[in-house]
Write a protein that binds this ligand. Structure first.
Ligand code: NAD
Ligand code: GLY
Length: 362
C-alpha cells in the first residue's frame, strides 16, 4: 500500500492506494467520530461493495445507514441530492455522522456536496471505485451537482478526511469505464509530467490489461500530481485550472449531448485533442506532438473526434463554463507536452478552425 498526503495545513488528509483496502479497518476507523456512518452509493456499486464495507465496519461496532441512489450522470442533480438529505434527516444523522462516498465520481461529487451542506458540514470520506475517481475526483475537494444549463455549476470546495483507493474494486469496472479513467491519467502527463507521459506511452497495454503494479503506479503518480496542485492552489485561483485541460470543450460535449451520453473521460479525451489542435494553431505544439497525443488516446481506445454539435452550440455551451472570466473564454492549452498554460486571448478565428476540424457528423 502507498500513502500520499494532500497538504492543506489543518485540513490535510491521507490518500491510501493499494489492493483489498476495503477490509482494512485501521485505515477508516480513526476518521469515524461516531458509531454511525451514512454510506452513499448507487444501484450498481451497492451489490458489489456495500456488504464488504458494512461487514468490516460492523465488526468494529459501526452501524451504517445505506443511501442507494440511481446510477448515472443524468442523476447528478438537485433531485437526487434531495434523496441524500431525506435519508440523513429521517435517520436523525448528526454533525458527527460521517458521509462515506462509495462509488465513482458521480457519487463522490454528490456525497461531498451533501456533506458540505448537511447541518452546514459533516465529516466526509471518499472510497472511490472507478479509475477516474481514484486518480482525480476523490482528491481535492471539488464537490457538486449538474444544472440543466451547465455541468458542475452548483457546488462547494469541501475536502474529505481520507481517501481510500482500493485497486481491487477496479476488477469489476467495464473496459469502457476503465478507459475513461485513463483519459484523466494522460491529462497529468500532458499538463505537468512529461516523464509520466513517456511512462504511459511504454505501459498503456499493461494498464488496459489491469496489471496491478501498473495501475498502482499510475494511480499513485496521478494522485501525487493532483495533491501537489491542490496543495498549491486549493480554490483554483491559478495553477489548479490547469487540471481542466480538455474540460472546456469536454463539458460542452457532455452538456450538449445530454448528461450520460458521453462518459466524462471520453468527453475529456476528445476535448483534449481539441486543446492540442488549438495549441498547434497558436504555434506552440508541433504536428508531431499533436499526433503523439492523439496516438496515446487512440491506443486507450478513447474518442479523438468530438460530436458535431455545431459551432454556435459549442460557443454557447463554452460560454457557460466556470472558467470564463469577464466574458472571455480561458483555455488550458499546451506549450509543449508536460507544460500547460492558461490562455485568455485566443483569436476567435483559430477557435472556429479547431471546432470545425475536430468535430464529426453523426
Ligand atoms: P461514474 O461515477 O458515473 O461511474 C461510472 C460507472 O461505473 C457508473 O455506472 C458506476 O455505477 C460504475 N461503477 C463504479 N464503480 C464500479 C466498480 N468498481 N465496478 C463496476 N462498476 C462501477 O463516473 P466516473 O467516471 O467515476 O466519474 C465521472 C464524474 O466525476 C463526472 O460527474 C465528473 O464531472 C466528475 N469529476 C469530478 C472531479 C472532481 O474533481 N470532483 C474530477 C473529475 C471528474
Ligand atoms: N478535476 C479538476 C480539479 O479537481 O480541479
Amino acid at each position: 500500500m502507498q500513502t500520499l498526503t494532500v497538504g492543506l495545513a489543518e485540513r490535510s488528509y491521507p490518500i491510501y492506494i493499494g489492493s483489498d483496502l476495503l477490509a482494512c479497518a485501521e485505515l477508516l476507523l480513526p476518521h469515524l467520530p461516531s458509531k454511525k456512518a451514512a454510506v452513499v452509493t448507487n444501484t450498481t456499486v451497492a451489490p458489489l461493495y456495500l456488504e464488504p464495507l458494512r461487514t468490516m465496519l460492523q465488526a468494529h461496532g459501526v452501524d451504517i445507514i445505506p443511501v442507494i441512489l440511481p446510477d448515472g450522470e443524468q442523476y447528478k442533480n438537485a433531485e437526487t441530492l434531495g434523496l441524500i438529505y431525506d435519508a440523513l434527516l429521517s435517520h436523525r444523522c448528526e454533525r458527527t455522522t460521517p458521509l462515506i462516498a462509495l462509488g465513482g465520481g458521480v457519487i463522490g461529487d454528490m456525497t461531498g456536496y451533501a456533506a458540505a451542506t448537511y447541518l452546514r458540514g459533516v465529516p466526509f470520506i471518499q472510497i472511490p471505485t472507478t479509475l477516474l475517481a481514484q486518480v482525480d475526483s476523490s482528491v481535492g475537494g471539488k464537490t457538486g451537482i449538474n444544472h440543466p444549463l451547465g455541468k458542475n455549476m452548483i457546488g462547494a470546495f469541501y475536502q474529505p478526511q481520507v481517501v481510500l483507493a482500493d485497486i481491487t474494486t477496479l476488477n469489476t469496472l467495464t473496459d469502457q469505464e476503465l478507459r475513461a479513467g485513463i483519459a484523466e491519467v494522460i491529462k497529468y502527463g500532458l499538463i505537468r509530467d512529461l516523464p509520466f507521459f513517456e511512462w504511459l506511452e511504454k505501459n498503456m497495454e499493461k494498464l488496459l490489461a489491469r496489471d496491478a503494479d501498473a495501475l498502482q503506479y499510475a494511480i499513485a503518480r496521478s494522485c501525487q500530481n493532483k495533491a501537489e496542485v491542490v496543495a498549491a492552489d486549493e480554490r483554483e485561483n491559478g495553477e489548479r485550472a490547469l487540471l481542466n485541460l480538455g474540460h472546456t470543450f469536454g463539458h460542452a460535449i457532455e452538456t450538449g449531448m445530454g448528461y450520460g451520453a458521453w462518459l466524462h473521460g471520453e468527453a475529456v479525451a476528445a476535448g483534449t485533442i481539441m486543446a492540442a489542435d488549438l495549441s498547434c494553431r497558436l504555434g506552440w505544439l508541433n504536428k508531431e506532438d499533436v499526433n503523439r497525443i492523439q496516438s496515446l488516446f487512440q491506443r486507450a481506445d478513447l474518442p479523438i473526434v468530438a460530436p458535431d454539435l455545431g459551432v454556435e452550440k459549442y460557443l454557447q455551451l463554452m460560454g457557460l463554463d466556470k472558467k470564463v472570466v469577464g466574458g472571455k473564454i480561458r483555455f488550458v492549452l499546451l506549450k509543449s507536452i508536460g507544460n500547460a498554460v492558461i490562455c485568455g486571448n485566443v483569436e476567435p478565428e483559430l477557435l472556429l478552425q479547431t471546432l470545425v476540424a475536430n468535430s464529426a457528423h453523426g
